[in-house]
Design a binder for this molecule. Structure first.
Ligand SMILES: Nc1ncnc2c1ncn2[C@@H]1O[C@H](COP(=O)(O)OP(=O)(O)OP(=O)(O)O)[C@@H](O)[C@H]1O
Ligand SMILES: [Mg+2]
Length: 440
């Protein structure tokens, strides 16, 4: 210990000076004294000037970079004059690049042409409405125009100024969650356009009001047709069911595989499948969706949201979300189409409460599959197709997420089945024929 403290000053002159051993070195440093007197001035010239120049250059560079970044923000602001401050923030952070083509205005200008008025403001091809305009469309949100009430809020039927019908969803959820769902739907649907997704015609973010305006789907939800109140509607035919299964598979093929980064719906269920006048299906409600860019190794850890009976087991238990969670939910809807049963029904006998648990061991047994078929079909279906659909459903709802198929594979397996329907019924009548017999 002692030797260390003795030796250290001699080896480290700087420390020695501080420790009062300055005299020991003084004589050695004498010849340099003159040199030390002139060094500070030269050092100032050699060191300080380049430092100042470097700082100046860096500042100029920084200003150039900042000016370049400011440019696109200016453009956004000027093109979106009708959008509130909060929406401007929304645009700024929406930087995901989707593969799909840029927003095309499929709905066209809702207020254009004959009215003689200037078209209303648009955001990426989606119409921006004022609250007043929607009051007019819904007769002041009259009770007689209420067509539903879901997790987002009350849904109204409305007639837009060009005479077209729309479904107008009024957000009633307080707080962040509702606002997130609203912004996400506007953001995603103004970028993603597919004939297999219900089209967003516009939105309203007038003061505290938040409303979404969708194309009107005259035949309501798949849930209403599969599980109707007694005597409410005629059952969907086998052909229509196949076509719905195909349309939904195409919607997910688009969201998962034709969109980059992929979009996970997270709340797919029969009430989020809407049917048009020809019973063509479209998927709706992307308010709970997750965008794939958040994911690590293809999987996102997230709070579990969605609907009981449709949630993939790994997502329900651990919150791990992948596109395969949607594949599971799709499989549940396929089982609903096949059996006419709801995903969870506690009124059924023990062992039959949960649709997947009841169906899974039966799906690969040909005789048992026939026993599972929705009695409302009254035997009007193709057994060959039934076995194939049952096999697809079994793959989709299996517990091991990795073994579930990609939606592209599901689409490919359904193509021959729907093609068959089209060739048997060349007109579109198979959509209307409520009883498609095994071979028409
Ligand atoms: N585009 C639309 N066209 C016609 N009717 C619609 C449309 N969107 C919604 N509806 C009607 O409004 C009802 C409520 O829809 P909403 O999506 O708000 O709730 P939900 O699907 O029942 O539940 P969740 O909020 O969990 O999705 C639907 O059941 C349907 O009858
Ligand atoms: Mg819904």
């Amino acid at each position: 210990m002692e030797s260390n403290t003795d030796v250290a000053p001699a080896r480290t002159p700087g420390l020695a000076a501080k420790n009062g051993t300055h005299n020991y070195h003084h004589s050695h440093l004498q010849p340099h004294h003159h040199h030390h007197d002139t060094l500070p001035f030269t050092a100032i010239l050699i060191i300080v000037i380049p430092v100042i120049i470097t700082i100046l250059l860096l500042s100029i560079l920084l200003i150039i970079v900042m000016l370049r970044r400011l440019k696109p923000q200016k453009t956004d602001r000027s093109t979106n004059t009708g959008i509130s401050n909060s929406n401007r923030m929304f645009i700024a952070h929406s930087t995901i690049n989707f593969n799909s083509s840029p927003a095309e205005v499929k709905g066209g200008c809702l207020y254009g042409g004959s009215s003689g008025r200037l078209p209303a403001t648009k955001f990426r091809g989606v119409q921006v409405f004022t609250y007043k305009e929607l009051e007019v469309a819904t007769d002041k949100f009259s009770q007689k125009n209420v067509i539903g009430d879901g997790g987002f809020g009350v849904v109204y039927r409305g007639v837009l100024r060009d005479g077209s019908m729309a479904a107008i969803k009024m957000l009633n959820r307080e707080g962040k969650q509702g606002e997130r769902a609203f912004r996400l739907e506007v953001d995603l649907l103004s970028r993603l356009q597919s004939t297999y997704l219900v089209e967003l015609l516009g939105y309203c973010a007038d003061q505290h009001h938040r409303l979404l305006i969708f194309e009107f789907m005259p035949n309501g939800t798949l849930q209403q047709h599969l599980h109707p109140h007694p005597n409410q509607s005629r059952p969907l035919s086998w052909g229509i069911r196949l076509r719905i299964a195909f349309d939904c598979a195409r919607a997910f093929e688009f969201l998962h595989e034709h969109t980059a980064p992929s979009v996970i719906h997270r709340d797919f269920k029969s009430s989020n499948v809407l049917l048009d006048q020809n019973f063509r299906a479209k998927v709706t409600d992307l308010g709970l969706a997750k965008i794939g860019s958040d994911k690590i190794n293809g999987q996102i850890s997230t709070r579990v949201l969605g609907t009981t009976g449709y949630l993939a087991p790994e997502y329900a238990s651990t919150g791990k979300l992948t596109t395969k969670s949607d594949v599971y939910s799709y499989g549940v809807v396929l089982l609903e189409l096949l059996t006419g049963r709801v995903p969870v029904d506690t009124k059924r006998p023990p062992g039959e409460h949960v649709l997947v648990a009841w169906a899974l061991p039966r799906l690969t047994n040909r005789d048992k599959v026939v026993e599972m078929v929705d009695p409302a079909l009254q035997g009007h279906y193709s057994k060959k197709d039934l076995i194939q659909v049952a096999a697809i459903a079994a793959m989709c709802v299996q517990t091991e997420a990795d073994y579930r198929p990609l939606m592209t594979d599901v689409v490919q397996s359904l193509v021959p089945l729907v093609k068959n329907l089209s060739s048997l019924c060349p007109s579109t009548s198979f959509r209307f024929s409520q009883k498609v017999s095994p071979r028409c």
